[in-house]
Write a protein that binds this ligand. Structure first.
Ligand SMILES: NC(=O)c1ccc[n+]([C@@H]2O[C@H](COP(=O)([O-])OP(=O)(O)OC[C@H]3O[C@@H](n4cnc5c(N)ncnc54)[C@H](OP(=O)(O)O)[C@@H]3O)[C@@H](O)[C@H]2O)c1
Length: 245
């Protein structure tokens, strides 16, 4: 996720100076080849940064952060670690002089500037919030939410990337069964999902309004939808979103 974020920022924020760190030299190659500064030394990267984005696994965050605490004064810290409570971040960073602390949940489409990103302000000022929202608005849509809403945001938008692509896979398989070649079916499924989302967004409509426009009474679309619902389509999606933490 950190890699996708760095690539997204480098492609979509002109003039951004980005330093990427990792645990292994091998990981850094991709970023230095893309023109970013890259180092294995976290402290070196943090020293000159205005905004520090932490993108390690949640259970590593405290250990990776601890040696950097003395370097965070006046900087803004963004944590991508899902599930770390604001209270823990506040406690770990107390007394460091950090300007702002944010939990941010982007999704993988950040790499191509199409993320749906949720931002929770743990602490900060009007200015730091503006900086953080500005960064993530440059790589898609960004929504500032309360901490209690982060989980829902992650399920709908981060895990949602996988859920949406599973629909695309199913539609592709169905298309092949009906006679399309796999590449034709995949292209058609992807473009249809893209077009449907763009249509609903551009017209500002509820999805059901667009569905009504294509469901001729007694026609095949409504029969297809009803067959999908009989097999549990909407319920399966909602159940998938509501899995326990
Ligand atoms: N997947 C999503 O859709 C998503 C969405 C939102 C948020 N997140 C959050 O993003 C975070 C990263 O998840 P991920 O799946 O991308 O993890 P990941 O693939 O394991 O990547 C973690 C990266 O951290 C680096 N790293 C590990 N220890 C380090 C250290 N001591 N110093 C510097 N770098 C270090 C690793 O470097 P090496 O490659 O060299 O080992 C690796 O590149 C998690 O906290 C997750 O909750 C994920």
């Amino acid at each position: 996720m950190g890699g996708a974020t760095a690539i997204g920022f480098s492609r979509h924020i002109p003039g951004a100076f980005i330093t990427v760190t990792a645990k292994h030299q091998e990981t850094l190659k991709r970023y230095s080849e893309a023109g970013m500064s890259a180092t294995l030394d976290n402290a070196e990267a943090v020293r000159d940064a205005d905004v520090v984005v932490m993108a390690v696994k949640p259970w590593l965050l405290k250990d990776v952060l601890t040696p950097l605490l003395g370097l965070l004064s006046g900087k803004t810290l963004v944590s991508l670690a899902a599930g770390i409570p604001a209270e823990s971040l506040r406690e770990w960073l107390e007394g460091t002089g950090v300007n702002g602390i944010y939990t941010v949940i982007p999704n993988l489409a950040i790499e191509i500037g199409e993320s749906m990103t949720f931002i929770n302000e743990v602490s900060g000022t009007e200015e730091t919030l503006k900086i953080v929202t500005g960064l993530f608005e440059a790589v898609g849509k960004a929504m500032v939410v309360e901490e209690r809403q982060l989980w829902a945001g992650m399920m709908v938008a981060s895990c949602g990337t996988a859920f949406a692509l599973r629909y695309v896979r199913a539609a592709t398989e169905g298309g092949v069964e009906l006679g399309l070649y796999p590449n034709q079916a995949l292209e058609a499924a992807l473009q249809t999902v893209k077009g449907a989302a763009a249509l609903s967004e551009a017209r500002g409509t509820h999805p059901e309004q667009e569905i009504d426009r294509v469901t001729t009474p007694g026609g095949i679309t409504i029969r297809g939808l009803n067959a999908m619902e009989e097999a549990g389509f909407s319920n399966a999606v909602i159940q998938g979103l509501k899995i326990h933490r």
